[in-house]
Design a protein around this ligand. Sequence first.
Ligand code: AMP
Length: 507
Amino acid sequence: MSSEDTIVQQDVTFADLGLSPKVLSAVTDAGYTKPTPIQAGAIPHALQGKDILGIAQTGTGKTAAFTLPMITRLEKGRARARMPRTLILEPTRELAAQVEENFVKYGKNHKLNIALLIGGVSFDDQERKLERGADVLIATPGRLLDHRERGKLLLTGVEILVIDEADRMLDMGFIPDIERICEMIPFTRQTLFFSATMPPEITKLTEKFLQAPVRVEVAKPSSTATTVTQRLVKSASKAWDKRAVLRRLIDEEGDAVTNAIIFCNRKVDVSELYRSLTKYEYSAGALHGDMDQRARMQTLDAFRNNKLKLLVASDVAARGLDIPAVSHVFNFDVPIHAEDYVHRIGRTGRAGRSGKAFTLVTKSDGKYLDAVQKLTNQAIEWLDGDLSTLLPETESDDAPRRGRGGRSDRTTRSRDRGERREPRERKPEAAPVDVTEVEDAPAPRHDRRDAIRQGNAERQEARAPQPRRDRDDRNRRYRDQDDVNTVVGFGDDIPAFMKIVVPAVPA
Ligand code: AMP
């Protein structure tokens, strides 16, 4: 791969980029006045049929950077049954669904057949769409390969291939699948490749599958917006102590919390915290990798439409999602990877508005906190004293405070009348809950079965033996986190005596 760097002009307009009039009109209707740097840099080259290597993360407008030229190019020609003309690979169902929404928005003046192949949805409906002939096929790698193995999909007609969020695909163990898929598509295709970072495995992939790409890179944020007030909040380590600290913070912020995201490092904590908050009658929803598609979408919609005030989420589930700016971010845990802190905080204080970010810190978080402060090049202030001021015996402040923050009015009123007892937290900590318990609404039975099967298949893929380069630290770091994590038995805490290898006795 030899690549060509592009210099992005500052004062370009959408009309300068070469997009078709129908696409331009949809862009105007979307309310965009000026292309973002990734759009200005990538669109003219993509329209010329060149391969693109876009180094950009979510929030930069990268989806439109590939969608708009694709729709323009799709104006010529039509799709044939089972032979999609374009293919977009996304690491998660939400991102795939979000890209579909983008095609609907920007393709409003076109009659595009769009097929979305993701888990949690029945194969039959998806097959019918493929049968009709798809102009645009948006898929997660696992489901795409399932369809191909069922003989319902031919990739030999694909003219444009988009690989989005490639570094995340790497984290989730999808690279072998991506390689297989790339090999099924004619070499004459155009490839548009996007990744927020370029670890060596991704560079290798681009060298193998891109031809003389134009490289467009937009700045990676390593700093947090100055409009965000950040505070560290000391807490004892036990989960119930942390939950009490969190509730106190939410209550003290009161009505200033219009909507907030609460980030946890692990999905078991997402479900546990969600259950606890709802028990205390906070308006809350949960988002993590084990929930079925329907439940995730319902939660996201409810949060976007202000029907839920608090969204408890893991990094993996929330990353890349187009969630509106929030008033507050609460880090229930200090993130293990410092760059996640920047992503989390970036959810608030957008477009010059002010926002607040609180991070709960326990005694064992020292090295993670140091990494965050080093990356962001700042010393974050403590809210009310650092860890040295923590009482040795934590007072377990489970008794909730009065009528503030995210709680429903009903609770506040009834509590003020002294009519109801507040729920108490369980102590000690309950065993990790089965995360499927937290689905917001039960889906019809066949959907649930399908979703579970697909969920299992995707996890299986993520865990399947992979070439050594895919099993390095980048994968390991997610083992304890979201989509690829399931705590089995003792989890990582297997007693030493159980690890002793007992030689087999010959029969
Ligand atoms: P993305 O990085 O593709 O997830 O886009 C992030 C957000 O930016 C989405 O809500 C888009 O609707 C929005 N967006 C994309 N392009 C533009 C633009 N040129 N002007 C304003 N907003 C945009």
